[in-house]
Design a protein. Structure first.
Lengths: 109, 115
């Protein structure tokens, strides 16, 4: 199967840390992406994990466990501009890329 | 400047009409993708192409058609067979060569409304 699951909505406070989880049920998995999408705009790339472990890019980090079919996106020092949808996507052999339904993140002042 | 361009940005169509959405990239990418996004939803894959003159169906290909006659171009036709075509359509491209970071580059999207 190619199910990708992530929470529909999350709320966090400005300055705090939030973790957005993504689980996938798949075989032949190549890698996992995270994208940010503001309302009415195209998604923008955040990260791509192929190997197990944590990758850090500034305030954003992404973790992957291939054996558990699990990833998370960690956002630190939240800012109001981080209010957006966060999309988890998985790539398969043959370069098929499937997205989850996205997690809408609301940041409160 | 390198990038991916979609047109038109907004399009209105009467029921029963076919419409073609344009997608052009000058990034020299091999792979190109079409996704559909409905309000409050994620992206659903319509068609994708790894190389010129070849393309594959995604999860929701019914009622859509594509062509890939040139590396730079991947137009999507929404046919009258598509029962609920009103949506936001996104085209993307990605490099398949060694060292690809995995990043997909997206166009600005085309918003189709069926009247």
């Amino acid at each position: 199967g190619q199910n990708i699951d992530q929470p529909t909505e999350m709320t966090a406070t400005e300055g705090a840390i939030v973790q957005i989880n993504c689980t996938y049920q798949t075989s032949g998995f190549n890698g996992l992406f995270w994208y940010q999408q503001h309302a009415g705009e195209a998604p923008t790339f955040l990260s791509y994990n192929v190997l197990d472990g944590l990758e850090e890019k500034g305030r954003f980090s992404s973790f992957l466990s291939r054996s558990k079919g699990y990833s998370y996106l960690l956002l630190k020092e939240l800012q109001m501009k981080d209010s957006a949808s966060y999309l988890c996507a998985v790539s398969f052999p043959g370069d098929k890329i499937i997205f989850g339904k996205g997690t809408r993140l609301h940041i409160l002042p | 400047d390198g990038g991916i361009t979609q047109s038109p940005k907004y399009l209105f169509r009467k029921e029963g009409q076919n419409v073609t959405l344009s997608c052009e990239q000058n990034l020299n990418h091999d792979a190109m993708y079409w996704y559909r996004q409905d309000p409050g939803q994620g992206l659903r894959l319509i068609y994708y192409s790894q190389i010129v003159n070849d393309f594959q169906k995604g999860d929701i290909a019914e009622g859509y058609s594509v062509s890939r006659e040139k590396k730079e171009s991947f137009p999507l036709t929404v046919t009258s067979a598509q029962k609920n075509p009103t949506a936001f359509y996104l085209c993307a491209s990605g490099g398949l060569e060694g060292g690809w970071t995995g990043e997909l580059f997206f166009g600005e999207g085309s918003r189709l409304t069926v009247l």
